[in-house]
Design a protein around this ligand. Structure first.
Ligand code: FES
Ligand code: FES
Length: 178
């Protein structure tokens, strides 16, 4: 008997159940782009090194090129297409637009998904490698430019829009905490 090389899976993408048949080797990135037509999530390196394919999996960031689609079965996937709500941009998206946090825009969906997670991780009090004092009693670190750079360091930008990206994340952090 020959083992099947594909499976029917259901992904919960941007709040909607999406059922599809995928080869077991299909990455989440290819499932999103090629099977579901959600091309907002970009393929840069396809090796987990650039962050262009960053999505949120159950609210935490993940590089979709290193995740098998079958392993995401039943999990909540948020892509850039699902970040705005009721036609209103998220404050992170508004900040990137307002402060020119991009040039060609290819890395931007991944940058924005990563920034969303950064704000959540920081609000939850998670330290980063840039946090000087990680003792629990020290409390959450201020979201300084160095903290933002470190926390966003998994997302590369070939256009080097980094200064504006840092400004955009800082502005969005103020907006969501206001
Ligand atoms: S395309 Fe996934 S990390 Fe580069
Ligand atoms: S804006 Fe062009 S790669 Fe980042």
């Amino acid at each position: 008997m020959t083992a099947s090389t594909s499976s029917v899976i259901t992904l919960h993408v941007n709040g909607e159940p999406r059922t599809l048949t995928v080869d077991h080797r299909t990455t989440l990135l290819d499932a999103l782009r090629e099977h579901l037509g959600l091309t907002g999530t970009k393929k840069g390196c396809d090796h987990g090194q650039c962050g262009a394919c960053t999505v949120l999996l159950d609210g935490r960031r993940a590089v979709a090129c290193l995740q098998l689609a079958v392993a995401a079965e039943g999990r909540a996937v948020t892509t850039i297409e699902g970040v705005a709500e009721d036609g209103r941009l998220h404050p992170v998206q508004e900040a990137f637009l307002e402060l020119d946090g991009y040039q060609c825009g290819y890395c931007t969906p991944g940058q924005i998904c990563s920034a969303l997670a950064v704000l959540d991780e920081h609000a939850a009090g998670w330290p980063s490698a840039a946090t000087a004092d990680v003792r629990p009693e020290a409390g959450p670190p201020a979201l300084t430019d160095d903290e933002i750079r470190e926390r966003m360091s998994g997302n590369l930008c070939r256009c080097s829009a980094y200064p504006a990206i840092v400004r955009a994340v800082a502005q969005a952090a103020k907006a969501v905490s206001a």
